[in-house]
Design a protein around this ligand. Structure first.
Ligand code: HXC
Length: 269
């Protein structure tokens, strides 16, 4: 689908996207790139990174991939610094790396719970922390820019109520939302950085959908969730463009729900 945004809205910007080589993260990388940004992708899988970068370069998007695990602070620091060295600045950080699996609370080990918090929550904070010196107003590489950068944290809606077999992800994304708000307050005030989130609903053709919502669940969902409709990765990428660009310049500390209204669904009486 054609973008409703002008192609140059992110011209001259540099974006670093964790989990940016696959799923929703890759579509965000692609759309930021198509709208003028240079993009650095961070991921754990060398081959996946390599092919994602090739696709972006074939679209004439300046792109580079760096291997790394957001759970490791040294990886986070190295990738952030490598991005700065490669492109000379960092304007946008998108935290899209996430881990997930379906398991009952009874069967989930504390280490399984911790693993997902480590990736989603601690990983998000670690990346923000390492990127601060480049994103903040007047920070490294920003001397010719009057404003600070923008952070977008990919969240979810499942913790607004409760979700079967996703206690670990619910806890992790609740922490991500709290991190979004608290950083928006502190870094918005002190460093002119806008920190926002996006909470996607069920998005077709993603690892999240294939791992978490087998076909039977999706079919049954329509009975008790009248607003159930799958979104596309494009929908999330457009929200990211909106928040990252000047269109979102007065938005800070918000987590934009992009789910077609699904979380409001109630069965019809
Ligand atoms: C129960 C599991 C498990 C499973 C792992 N564990 N998989 N427990 N069921 N299916 C437990 C392990 O037993 C272990 O605990 C602990 O978790 C760590 O497991 P490892 O295999 O050592 O971890 P690792 O290899 O680092 O893998 C991390 C991962 C992996 C989260 C398990 O699946 C991953 O990184 N996936 C990333 C890709 C992904 O899933 N993306 C989709 C995101 S979708 P013990 O106690 O045995 O040591 C998404 C959508 C959210 O986020 C919102 C949806 C609505």
């Amino acid at each position: 689908m054609e973008s409703p945004f002008k192609a140059e809205i992110l011209k001259g910007k540099v974006a670093l996207i964790t989990g940016g080589a696959s799923g929703i993260g890759f579509e965000i990388s692609t759309q930021l790139g198509k709208h003028g940004a240079s993009v650095a992708l961070m991921g754990r899988r060398k081959q996946v990174l390599h092919s994602a970068v090739s696709v972006l370069q074939s679209l004439a998007i300046p792109a580079v991939g760096f291997e790394g695990d957001v759970r490791k602070q040294e990886d986070a620091a190295r990738v952030v610094e490598s991005t700065f060295r490669h492109f000379g600045r960092i304007d946008i950080l998108v935290n899209a790396a996430a881990g997930n699996f379906l398991v009952s609370a009874e069967d989930l080990s504390p280490n399984g719970f911790r693993t997902v918090l480590d990736i989603d929550s601690v990983g998000t904070f670690t990346m923000c922390h390492e990127a601060l010196k480049y994103l903040k107003k007047g920070g490294e590489g920003r001397s010719n820019t009057s404003s600070g950068g923008a952070i977008i944290n990919i969240s979810a809606t499942l913790h607004y109520t409760a979700s079967w077999y996703q206690i670990h992800v619910s806890a992790a994304k609740a922490a991500v939302d709290a991190t979004t708000r608290n950083l928006a307050l502190e870094w918005g005030t002190d460093h002119d950085i806008r920190v926002n989130g996006i909470a996607p609903g069920p998005i077709s053709d993603t690892p999240g959908m294939s791992k978490l919502a087998p076909e039977e669940i999706s079919n049954k969902a329509r009975d008790y969730m009248p607003l159930y409709k799958q979104g596309e990765k494009w929908d999330i990428a457009m929200a990211a463009l909106f928040l990252a660009s000047d269109a979102g310049k007065y938005i800070n500390g918000d987590t934009l729900i992009v789910d077609g209204g699904l979380w409001l669904s109630r069965p019809r009486h």
